[in-house]
Design a protein around this ligand. Structure first.
Ligand SMILES: Nc1ncnc2c1ncn2[C@@H]1O[C@H](COP(=O)(O)OP(=O)(O)O)[C@@H](O)[C@H]1O
Ligand SMILES: [Mg+2]
Length: 237
C-alpha cells in the first residue's frame, strides 16, 4: 500500500531551514496498522504529510497503492488523495461555521460525489452522531468533534487512513473511545492505518510500530527480514 524510498525533505528557508526527513525508507502492506512513534520534532507529522501527498519530497519516491505521487502534478495528487486517503488531525480541523453534516458532505460534493448528503448522514450515524447532524463544531464536545472528523475522513471510502495524534486533544477515556472507533472502522473496511501517537498504549494496539528519531527511521521500517539479515551480515563482514 505504501512504498517510501530514500525520502528526503528540507523545510523552511535559508538559516531557518531544517533537514526534516533524512533518506527514509518505509514499506507498509495493505491492511496493516502502523503506529509511528518518536520524540517531538523528529519528523513524524512531516512523514504523514508526505504519505498524504500534502508535502512533496526534495528527493526520493512515494508510491501509494501503485501510484507514484512524486511523479504527479499537484492537481492529480489532490485528486488521488480525495479518492484514496482519509486524514484525521489532532485538532479536528472542522469548519466552524458549517454543521456536522455539512463538514462531512461538502468535501464529497466538491469531489462531485452523488448523494453527498445521504452518504454524510450515514457516516455520521455510523460514528454514533446520528443525532448531532445540525450541530456546529462549537456545540460539540472534543470527542464528538473528532468523530465528525473521522466520519469526514471515511466518507470517500479511502483505502488508507492517516491520523496525526488523533487522541492528543482528548481526555484518556474519550481518547480510548476514539481509538476504539478508528480500529473498528479499520477492521470493518479493510483499510490500511498509519497513525502518529505519543500514547504507548495506543501505539501498542497497532500491528507494527515504526520508530523515528531526528528525521530517520530507527526501527520498524518493514524492510524484508531476510534482506535486513543479509545487510547486517554485509555490514559486519
Ligand atoms: N514549514 C517548516 N519550516 C521549517 N521547519 C519546519 C517546518 N515544518 C516542520 N519543521 C521542523 O521540522 C521538524 C519536524 O517537525 P514535525 O514533522 O512536525 O515533527 P513531529 O511531528 O515529530 O513533532 C521540527 O524541527 C520542526 O520544527
Ligand atoms: Mg507532530
Amino acid at each position: 500500500m505504501i512504498e517510501l524510498k530514500n525520502a528526503d525533505l528540507t523545510l523552511g528557508q535559508a538559516a531557518a531551514s531544517v533537514h526534516v526527513l533524512k533518506g527514509m525508507d518505509l514499506t507498509i502492506d495493505a491492511g496493516e496498522s502502523v503506529g509511528i512513534v518518536g520524540p517531538s520534532g523528529s519528523g513524524k507529522s512531516t512523514l504523514l504529510m508526505v504519505l498524504a501527498g500534502l508535502e512533496r519530497l526534495d528527493r526520493g519516491e512515494i508510491t501509494i497503492d501503485g501510484t507514484p505521487l512524486h511523479g504527479l502534478s499537484e492537481d492529480r495528487v489532490a485528486e488521488f488523495r480525495g479518492r484514496n486517503i482519509g486524514i484525521v488531525f489532532q485538532s479536528f480541523h472542522l469548519i466552524p461555521n458549517m454543521t456536522a453534516l455539512e463538514n462531512v458532505a461538502v468535501p464529497l460534493e466538491l469531489a462531485n460525489v452523488r448523494n453527498a448528503f445521504e452518504i454524510a448522514r450515514q457516516e455520521l450515524a455510523s460514528v454514533g452522531l446520528g443525532e448531532r447532524l445540525s450541530h456546529y463544531p462549537g456545540q460539540l464536545s472534543g470527542g464528538e468533534q473528532q468523530r465528525v472528523a473521522i466520519a469526514r475522513a471515511l466518507a470517500p471510502a479511502p483505502k488508507l487512513l492517516i491520523a496525526d495524534e488523533p487522541t492528543g486533544n482528548l481526555d484518556a477515556e474519550t481518547g480510548r473511545q476514539v481509538a476504539d472507533l478508528i480500529f473498528s472502522k479499520q477492521a470493518e473496511r479493510d483499510m490500511t492505518l498509519v497513525l502518529v501517537t505519543h500514547d504507548a498504549s495506543l501505539a501498542a494496539r497497532c500491528s507494527r510500530q515504526v520508530r523515528v528519531r531526528s528525521g530517520e527511521i530507527v526501527s520498524g521500517s518493514g524492510l524484508d527480514a531476510s534482506v535486513a539479515a543479509s545487510l547486517s551480515k554485509a555490514v559486519s563482514a
